[in-house]
Design a protein around this ligand. Structure first.
Ligand code: NPW
Ligand code: K
Length: 505
């Protein structure tokens, strides 16, 4: 799904109005009908009262139409026009006469008492917000927020006060329980700094012209089942284990062998034909017992250090279809040296995670040595160690995009919507996954999955998008059965099969 800027959303509306054709007031009617329909469906036939706050633009116009629609269906509705600007937009003004009970707020003192717990509909500002909300209008937002535990707050299109394409984390903004957004996700919804403000996002289709959606260009995308279907490749009936590659997983150190087990298992479960785990000697029995399907390379020291020292081993490196490195390897100097040798020996895309990234953060010159099109999977702290701190999450996204482009790498920044930046400048957000996956080892599983997909011949981009999707979906399916709280990384591996079955459907 494409993610459009506020300007592009306006163009989408204008294109639809011109080419469908449909009048703008009718498009507003459609958008508001979808909202009212969603509310009736969600809050039922005997809901608490609706308290609707409308601004002076078209977002407020939506609010006016919602008020009329709900009232026509016999629900208890009170609606206020909040006079934050001198003039109402044309479609807002056109709808005012059709809701004669409209009340007016010209100053904060006129903000109503709402005794009975109800549903606050926030239709103050949408994509037309062009500056921070200040003065008494900001007071209205604070009043709504003060009452959000008493009432259910539903924002129309966007939580009022939020900018669609830039940071508004310092500005007053409605904290919604639900955001009913039209046709497209807004970029702001996908960044963690706004997570508390958007609540649950519902995308309502309002009939934006498909020709516009097909041709509009954007860097930002939300991965969805349609995208995943174009990536997933069913297996060939005549294939054999050689078809799916031999993956090497470099992971684990004394006290962190669990990371090696999880990554190796996930790599196998993701479908690699053969997997060799490269681990310290102390983990040999553990790994051979716990993951009998994997082969095992060991080294004498308690951490990754001597690999590829010998010339004949150096020659072997390119034989692996894919290499994943990082989970639990530690950041010893000898490990850093071994990583450097590996980067020189192996020139195909690989997966770097966890301590491999921490080492690169410590020795930034290594960044230039990472093979083109490799996948890096930092969490926010690792990202900061690698590329530096930023002021807000839009700046961080910009830095992520720039680094992926400059270094010709794929970089997945972990989060609720993991952001995956590609060397060509595109950014994909992954929607699967849940807070239960914020648990030890979940990242090691992702490394294993990505390495397993690369090993099977998926391109780095395909492996990244499909891997993040499967990882999150496996976590969602596991949480459905086990709860988010009880979810462990091993459960994600266990549910990978279910995730594949869903993806194939
Ligand atoms: N046909 C369509 O296009 C459709 C559009 N749709 C809906 O329209 C919404 C976009 O509508 P919009 O463009 O009218 O902008 P909107 O968000 O209502 O705000 C503009 C108003 O706010 C004001 N204002 C801005 N910043 C301010 C501030 N900081 N503090 C105070 N005031 C501020 C600004 O006034 P001014 O800048 O002139 O002072 C103006 O009065 C979109 O989100 C969706 O809900 C749907 O119905 C589908 C069909
Ligand atoms: K709003």
């Amino acid at each position: 799904m494409k993610i459009l800027s506020a300007q592009q959303v306006r163009e989408a509306d204008a294109y639809t109005i011109q080419h469908e054709p449909v009048s703008s007031v009718l498009l507003m009617e459609r958008a508001a009908s979808e909202c009212a329909g969603w509310m009736v469906h969600t809050f039922g036939e005997t809901p608490p009262p609706y308290y609707i706050f409308c601004g002076m633009g078209n977002n407020g116009g939506d609010g006016l139409v919602i008020a009329r629609k709900l009232q026509e269906q016999g629900f208890a509705v009170q609606a206020w026009l909040v006079h934050t600007s001198g003039n109402a937009s044309a479609d807002n003004a056109a709808n005012q006469p059709y809701y004669p009970e409209l009340r007016h707020i010209h100053e904060l003192a006129e903000f109503p008492e709402m005794e009975e717990p109800g549903i606050i509909v926030d239709a103050l500002f949408g994509t037309g917000l062009n500056r921070p909300v200040e003065g008494w209008a900001a007071g209205v937002i604070h009043k709504i927020n003060d009452q959000r535990h008493k009432h259910t707050v539903v924002s129309v299109d966007m939580p009022s006060g939020m900018m669609a394409d830039s940071s508004s984390v310092q500005f007053p903004c409605v904290h919604a329980r639900y955001t009913l957004t039209f046709e497209f996700y807004k970029l702001a919804f996908l960044l963690p700094e706004n997570g508390e403000r958007t609540g649950q996002v519902e995308v309502l289709k309002i009939g934006i012209h498909p020709a516009f959606t097909a041709q509009v260009q954007t860097e930002y995308h939300l991965t969805d089942p349609a995208v995943i279907h174009t990536i997933y490749r069913p297996r060939n009936a005549f294939s054999h284990k050689g078809t799916y590659g031999h993956a090497l997983m470099i992971a684990g150190s004394y006290g962190k062998m669990g990371a090696a087990l999880l990554a190796t298992r996930a790599c196998l479960k993701a479908g690699a034909g053969l997997v060799t785990a490269h681990i310290p000697r102390c983990g040999y029995e553990i790994l051979q017992t716990a993951v009998p399907e994997a082969m095992c390379n060991t080294e004498e020291s308690a951490h990754y250090s001597s690999h590829f020292d010998e010339p004949f081993r150096l020659h072997q490196a390119p034989d692996y279809a894919a290499i994943g490195i990082g989970p639990g390897i530690g950041t010893e100097n000898a490990t850093a040296k071994a990583l450097e040798r590996l980067l020189l020996a192996y020139r195909k895309p690989m997966v770097l995670d966890a301590d491999a990234l921490n080492i690169v953060g410590k020795y930034p010159a290594l960044l230039a040595e990472i093979p083109e099109d490799s996948i890096l999977t930092p969490h926010p702290k690792e990202f900061e160690r690698l590329f530096g701190a930023t002021g807000d999450h839009f700046e961080r996204l910009e830095l992520l995009t720039r680094k992926a482009r400059e270094l010709k790498l794929y970089v997945l920044l972990k989060g609720k919507y993991s952001a995956m930046a590609c060397p060509d400048g595109a950014v994909y957000f992954n929607p699967t996954g849940n807070p239960g996956m914020a648990t030890a080892g979940a990242g090691d599983v992702l490394t294993g999955i990505l390495t397993g997909l690369l090993s099977q011949g998926y391109t780095p981009k395909a492996a990244l998008l499909l891997g993040a999707w499967l990882h999150g979906l496996a976590g969602d399916l596991a949480a459905d059965d086990l709860s988010e709280e009880a979810l462990t990384a091993e459960d994600i591996v266990h549910y990978l099969g279910q995730a594949y079955l869903r993806t194939r459907q």
